[in-house]
Design a protein around this ligand. Structure first.
Ligand code: FES
Ligand code: FES
Length: 163
């Protein structure tokens, strides 16, 4: 059977932020494009578009991925979580509250991706070290904060969740 052309759409079913969704995507469409343009989830940002900066990071089946280089079609049957799915409307997670408290958000462009990798870390490691946090952030570029406030916010959030 010939491979689908890039403009040909396929229908996929996935769970996005705990909600079952069915969408049509082009064979060449990225998950980032599908989330932003088809589902209106504009939290994940596009910056490099090459998998290098982390601005587009979302969780797929609980693990961080660069959604700008992941084919939307490959998420058929999978679970996707974006920054919009971290807390209920008008609410903040403990990590998000810590970001506010530590002024860890400046321009905010990196923040959705940073929150996703740190959320995955805190779900996996209950008492992360500073080295754990910095390792988790290795793929996320922040041009504003120098990272220190982000690291302190993550460690504070981990302590708050553990106590
Ligand atoms: S926009 Fe995806 S990694 Fe930079
Ligand atoms: S807060 Fe501006 S890039 Fe991180």
């Amino acid at each position: 059977m010939p491979a689908p052309s890039p403009s040909q759409e396929v229908s996929i079913r996935l769970v996005v932020n705990d909600r079952a969704r069915q969408i049509d995507v082009h064979a060449a469409e990225t998950l980032l494009g599908a989330l932003r343009d088809r589902l209106g989830l504009t939290g994940p940002k596009e910056a490099c578009g090459e998998g290098e900066c982390g601005a587009c990071t979302v969780l797929v089946d609980g693990g961080p991925v660069a959604s700008c280089i992941l084919a939307a079609g490959s998420t058929d049957g999978r679970s996707v979580r974006t920054v919009e799915g971290l807390a209920g409307a008008g609410d903040l997670t403990t990590l998000q509250q810590a970001f506010v408290g530590h002024a860890a958000v400046q321009c905010g462009y990196c923040t959705p991706g940073v929150l996703m990798v740190l959320t995955a870390l805190l779900e996996e490691v209950s008492e992360p070290t500073e080295a754990d946090v910095r390792q988790a952030l290795a793929g996320n570029i922040c041009r504003c904060t120098g990272y220190q406030q982000i690291v302190e916010a993550a460690l504070d959030a981990a302590r708050a969740v553990a106590s």
